[in-house]
Ligand binder design. Sequence first.
Ligand code: AMP
Ligand code: MG
Length: 346
Amino acid sequence: METKLLTIDNIAEAGEIIRRGGLAAFPTETVYGLGASAYDADAAAKIYAAKGRPSDNPLIVHVCSKEQINDVAEDISDDARRLIDAFMPGPLTLILRKRDRISDGVTAGLPTVAVRYPSHETARALIKAAGVPIAAPSANISGKPSPTTARDVLEDMNGRIDAVIDGGQCEVGVESTIVDTTRGTPVLLRPGGVTYDMLKAVVPDIRLDKNVLSSLAPDEKPISPGMKYKHYAPEAQVTVVEGEKDAVQAKIKELLAENKGKKCGVLIMYGAVYDDAVMINGGYENSEYARNLFAALREFDRLGTEIVFAEFRENDGCALAVKNRLYKAAAYRVIKAEKTAKRPCI
Ligand code: AMP
Ligand code: MG
């Protein structure tokens, strides 16, 4: 199959592909999605095949209006309604009770469905053109960093899907915030552009799932099936080095010296100072770092980097989202860099 590269002038064509049971990738404000009709179980199966996605990891259903949420979900709680009113359209996904017309192929057999109403104009126009809600996970090979440009999508999906719409770089850069509203008190399952503080302002008793920042116990069954899989991992081995500027830079210099002879890279937050390393700028603000993170991880791989050290410190509302992705990309290899005590002058 040849994958067509479409522009925003070809949205009708992409909508037609989806309506007829094909696969089209499209830009959103978070990352690129790989879309199929949410009412077509065979099309959903094609998504799993194209991504190599485990069949028990459900898809997010994208709609283009608040009214359309009622076509795919029912028994929507008061808290869920508050969150819809506050943050949709935008980078928020809610877990709701599913209607029968959403196939088990989309929800991996769960009685619930993940629903998102994106703010990105192209995404909304595509859902409208398709005439059906669009089931779409991120448009990457399972386990790899999510794509934030059409080039990233093609790197993974060329020849596996019918088309990709090129809409430039995604603004948020990490996947949507996911909140489960089907178990009483809402639970934040995945942090994203709608931050924990923003959610708390609307639903004060919302809780954070404990798996957001730690790995699962060996036999633990997570609420969100996606939590148990390897995620966001480039070929390079990633280590997060976390802390204040001086301590982080000193630690990374030490690590680079220990790994001389290997092709090393540094994902920069504080400013470039390293010799003999591939350096890519993540950005100082966590929101900027979120936008650049996946693109940087992919670029390190293109450059053949074997080991990546990622500078990191929490400094704004996007910190939790970045930390969650970065820790997973690093398989929880995190070094807390401490300030070394200055020697007393004698
Ligand atoms: P992706 O679109 O690649 O970001 O993946 C969608 C994420 O949503 C995965 O982590 C899924 O496990 C999660 N998800 C989708 N549907 C549900 C659901 N019904 N309940 C809990 N998590 C879900
Ligand atoms: Mg994904």
